[in-house]
Design a protein around this ligand. Structure first.
Ligand code: HEC
Length: 244
């Protein structure tokens, strides 16, 4: 899913949550006498169903991601996942009570509000994070800061890695997020010709072995780090990237 698709889905998700809450508040608080109860109930149900379906769709995308990179997730995605799981459980509980255990109906508004607050926290730990981090430059090419330039490592001697081993490592560790045969983005930029271009796609550093190795150990952006790769494996990967 592209960055924009995700942003739009999460906006619809929040909007559905807001509509569900407002329609129920209006109904329970009877703030608006002009709207009838059944109409508000229908709005609440429809918004709720959209919210629930989006919860399932987004969870599916995220769980695939966690399944691939679970061991390497940073604190923020883990926090996001825990909040999302809590949201899902409270939402299921609320639906179950409304459907089957109506004697507990009085706690349903509290559960509904909890789901609503969790939805904001969940979106905040992903979209909100990227928004604040990227600010107005969102979606544009990141500028090459002085810092990034200074961080550029000095080129060392040509590395001696195995292209075949590198290719297999790429298949296992990188192909989920990067195409090797084109420059289109998957979860990360396509890496065709990555070592032959002017500068690396995300950081803007020069495409030498040291900067690739740096990306694997202390990645810029949202790529997970690959601290478990040995030095030899890094050289193999670089040897493979040089053939693209
Ligand atoms: C979970 C997805 C993911 C995986 C797995 C992944 N990457 Fe990335 N990679 C990214 C993203 C996203 C970026 C762009 C960083 C950004 O702008 O946020 C990136 C950027 C890069 C860059 C450009 C760095 C720069 O300085 O511009 C290289 C090179 C790279 N990845 C190589 C690899 C290699 C090699 C592997 C496998 C060992 C790998 N990636 C695994 C997501 C991933």
């Amino acid at each position: 899913m592209s960055f924009y698709a995700k942003s739009i889905v999460s906006l619809i998700f929040l909007a559905a949550g807001i509509v569900a809450v407002l329609s129920m508040l209006t109904l329970m608080g009877k703030a608006d006498k002009k709207m009838s109860g059944p109409a508000l109930r229908r709005i609440h149900r429809t918004a709720g169903i959209i919210f629930f379906i989006l919860t399932l769709v987004i969870s599916f995308v995220c769980i695939r991601y966690v399944a691939a990179f679970g061991g390497r997730l940073a604190v923020r995605p883990v926090f996001h996942a825990v909040l999302a799981l809590a949201l899902f459980i409270v939402l299921l509980l609320k639906i179950t009570i409304v459907r089957f255990y109506r004697e507990f109906l009085r706690i349903v508004p509290t559960l509904g509000m909890t789901v609503f607050v969790l939805a904001f926290l969940v979106v905040g730990t992903s979209a909100g994070y990227y928004f604040l981090k990227a600010g107005p430059a969102i979606g544009q090419e990141p500028p090459v800061t002085e810092e990034a330039r200074e961080e550029e490592a000095e080129p060392l001697e040509a590395p001696a890695g195995s292209v075949d081993l590198g290719s297999a490592l790429f298949e296992q560790n990188c192909s989920f997020c990067h195409y090797s045969d084109k420059t289109d983005s998957k979860l990360g930029p396509g890496l065709k010709g990555v070592m032959k271009t002017e500068k690396l796609p995300a950081s803007g550093r020069s495409p030498n072995a040291e900067n690739i190795a740096k990306q694997l150990k202390e990645p810029v952006g949202t790529m997970p780090s690959f601290t478990s790769l040995t030095e030899k494996q890094v050289l193999d990967l670089i040897a493979f990237l040089e053939t693209l």
